[in-house]
Design a protein around this ligand. Structure first.
Ligand code: FAD
Length: 384
């Protein structure tokens, strides 16, 4: 059954997100981007309005809702500022939702109320200086010592890294080959031995706190293990399968923002005695953006629908992420073209949309990695 009509609740949550973006984000977007820092107070505001608790049970402080509602909110946040969208996609999407899915009762009670209210921030520590796409080959070690584990290693490009109160960290804890030796841990970031360095000079997502985390003899109790020992890589992959839907929804938001801005500008800017909307080649640019918006949105909503119906969704999520991220780059680039020279300065939105979109084809699995996931599903052959 195909039903593209939003329910009343879904429409209401989308409107709530639109109003939130207009009130709390849009007025600050340029300043945050120039300052390379989003105002941290936004986290509490996101929590107060329920956006950090979507799909999480109310029992643990969540605000419920289905995955389509989560996509709608993510899209609106992405339309406003991808730096803010990323805070939610990681703290809720990759960390809280993973704790909710795999955590013990004690872990859920300890971390979820803070993460869903915005009192705490989570980050996801998988990538290392030597392992990105080949994440299962990671080198960070967790050595069992009595009732504790002792962690050593370095994590790279960690979104929310310097803000986070807890890192969902992946480390090799047994000598089992490849990713089978990887386990997941919930590590409070104030644990002695854990240091963080902000990574500056990013092309986009400049407002976001991206960090390198260094762990030197970080001692945590065995109760910090999330799920079973040796299941860490599966946990990471299940988190990323849902995470890719959230990235895709953020990309729909970027493409929609590009469309809105380009259509508005085309109706105002005059060249050759008429607004540029009258020129056929400008209409072609606008039409290409509109098509990318619709196609990306439909692929993304399909993933949400599959998750909500309890159906397999991982490959569809890779397709949505692959298409939507490439579409967001195209859409922002086309919008920049519509703005002409004004697109190249940050008083106009297209340049930032393009800079922010570019990373979406890289993180949570590059476009090449998504193609390998899709290719494996089609052929049964792993070409990684
Ligand atoms: P590499 O893996 O070295 O890839 C380099 C190139 O080789 C790419 O083009 C890739 O597609 C290609 N390639 C690699 N293997 C293959 C193959 N088998 N076949 C074909 N092509 C291949 N990580 C986290 O853990 N947590 C985060 O919160 C996080 N946030 C990030 C935020 C930002 C702003 C950035 C830039 C990165 C973030 N990352 C995070 C890391 C991100 O997920 C990695 O950068 C990404 O997975 C790619 O890894 P890499 O950079 O090491 O590139």
């Amino acid at each position: 059954m195909v039903n593209l009509e939003l329910s009343e609740e879904q429409s209401a949550v989308r409107q709530l997100a639109r109003d939130f973006v207009e009130r709390e984000i849009t007025p600050h977007v340029v300043a945050w981007d120039r300052a390379e820092e989003v105002d941290r107070g936004i986290v509490k505001k996101l929590g107060d309005v329920g956006f950090l608790g979507l799909t999480i049970d109310e029992e643990y402080g969540g605000s419920g809702g289905d995955h389509l509602a989560y996509c709608l909110v993510t899209e609106e946040l992405g339309r406003g500022d991808s730096s803010v969208r990323g805070i939610v996609s990681v703290s809720l999407g990759l960390v809280a939702k993973t704790v909710a899915a795999w955590g013990s009762e004690e872990q859920k009670r300890r971390w979820l109320p803070g993460l869903t209210s915005g009192a705490a921030v989570g980050c996801f520590g998988l990538t290392e200086p030597g392992t990105g796409s080949d994440a299962g080959n990671l080198a960070t070690r967790a050595v069992r010592d009595g009732d504790d584990y002792v962690l050593n290693g370095t994590k790279m490009f960690i979104t929310n890294g310097t803000w986070a109160d807890v890192v969902l960290l992946f480390a090799r804890s047994t000598d089992a080959p490849g990713h089978k030796g990887v386990s997941a841990f919930l590590v409070p970031t104030d644990t002695p031995g854990l240091t963080r360095r902000t990574i500056h000079g990013k092309l986009g997502l400049r407002g976001q706190a991206t960090a390198e985390l260094v762990l030197e003899d970080v001692r945590i109790p065995a109760s910090a293990l999330l799920g079973e020992e040796g299941k860490g890589f599966s946990i990471a992959m299940s988190a990323l399968a849902k995470g890719r839907m959230s990235v895709a929804a953020g990309c729909v938001g970027i493409a929609q923002a590009a469309l809105d801005a380009a259509v508005r500008y085309a109706g105002e800017r005059e060249q050759f005695g008429k607004t540029i909307a009258h020129h056929q080649l400008v209409q072609e640019l606008l039409s290409d953006i509109a098509l990318d918006v619709d196609a990306a949105r439909l692929l993304t909503w399909r993933v949400a629908d599959l998750i909500d119906r309890g159906r397999p969704f991982a490959v569809e999520s890779s397709k949505a992420k692959l298409f939507a991220s490439e579409a967001a780059v195209r859409a922002a680039n086309n919008a920049l073209q519509v703005f002409g020279g004004y697109g190249y300065i940050d008083e106009y939105p297209a340049g930032k949309l393009l800079r922010d979109a570019r990373v979406m084809t890289l993180y949570e699995g590059t476009s090449q990695i998504q193609k390998l996931v899709i290719g494996r599903a089609l052929t049964g052959v792993s070409a990684f």
